[in-house]
Ligand binder design. Sequence first.
Ligand code: SF4
Length: 330
Amino acid sequence: MKLKNNIEDILKKAADFGDITRQDAMDLLALPLDSLESYALTQTANAMSRQTFGDKGENHFHIGLNVEPCPFNCLFCSLTPKAGVFTEKVEFSEEQIKAWALSAEKDGADGLNLMTTGTYGFDRLLDIGRMLKEIVSTPLVANTRDITHKEGLALLDAGFVGAYHAVRLGEGRDTPFKREKRIATIQVFSDVGLRWMNCVEPVGPEHSHEEIVDLMFLAKENRATYSGIMRRINFPGSPMEKFGMITEREMARMVAVSRLVMADVPKAHCTHEPHTASLMAGANLFFPEVGSSPRDREVETGKGRGNDINKCKAIHWEMGLNSDLPSNCF
Ligand code: SF4
């Protein structure tokens, strides 16, 4: 059996942590899923991750702090009033948030990602950060709106060490946000010393390979701590339902390509929602979830789509990864 020459060359270059080109990445994304080359791609991505991350399986615990019909109306998000899912505002209590954080720490979460909707008070997020900093030692990561330098420094001061922020696929088309503003926020993180966490998301069948590859390279060029792939979930009633969804297997091929693109930059490689296929394709990072979720119709995703941390650890174990090893991200 022999690989096609151009694919073999790309994989060899990547396996040595060399830089692959945008065209290389496009060629890899176009590989048929059942082809020898596709399995060789997966093997290469997996080998790169094992070499860089060892057998570590990371779990960064997502807490969605509030639910509200969000006026920004991103079309893939269950919080958009256009989906008609949520009509009431819910802010989870401090007692509840503390209980989630303590339980995540006890279960060995590597990070705590605090997510807010688009209009959640920034000062309130800082208060929650300070409150959790007092009771847990798990590193805090903010997932909120675009911010200024002053706000970036305030996040650091409140105890956050990183921020999740993505230029989304379809930004400016399926969302009201400007790509440039989101990139400016990513620059803020770098300037003030917050680690930048990213995912190419939310991937659906309607996105071109060019658009997907562009965001993979944005992550590499801006030295994301991690940047894997999250697919769009079509919750019942989603305005994006007509486009369908990609499978976990298709997502795993993208996870592998993004791992090759990231070369020696990342400290971990994420995929969402948690599943096995991508763990054979270079991913090692899951997000267990509680509180609000833009992919769920449930107010508290721990009672809905969200996977708990022990389920995530069990999937890691099944695929030969060990969640109990120290995190490489912080
Ligand atoms: S993705 Fe964020 S800003 Fe957009 S509608 Fe959902 S909560 Fe609002």
